[in-house]
Design a protein around this ligand. Structure first.
Ligand code: SF4
Ligand code: F3S
Length: 106
């Protein structure tokens, strides 16, 4: 499955959800998670993410390993999102900021 990682936090552009053929994305307050049981590894969402936050689970960048389990957990508690919504007003300021895990709101 593909995994949403750190740089989505507080960016949450949601362009990814528009292309997912199986509605695998779940929405939290400032982050999205992919349900690994639903994702079919089509890769369509990867180029849609302006924050370059989505990676294949076997190719996670160093330090992003925790997001594998986190996506699975959060997908169980957050609702599905299928339509693009406005990003946070300060999304661009957060794009590229390192280690945003502490800002994740569950
Ligand atoms: Fe959806 Fe494909 Fe992305 Fe998986 S890889 S979340 S199926 S768009
Ligand atoms: Fe997050 Fe990128 Fe989607 S910032 S909401 S994974 S488009």
């Amino acid at each position: 499955a593909f995994v949403v990682t750190d740089n989505c936090i507080r960016c949450k552009y949601t362009d990814c959800v528009a292309v997912c053929p199986v509605d695998a994305f779940h929405e939290g307050p400032n982050f999205l998670a992919i349900n690994p049981d639903v994702c079919i590894d089509c890769e369509l969402c990867v180029p849609e993410c302006a924050a370059a936050a989505i990676f294949q689970e076997d190719a996670l960048p160093e330090g992003m390993e925790q997001y594998l389990e986190l996506n699975a957990e959060l997908a169980q508690i957050w609702p599905v999102i299928t339509e693009v919504i406005d990003a946070p007003l300060d999304a661009e300021q957060w794009d590229g900021v390192e280690d945003k895990r502490e800002h994740l709101i569950i």
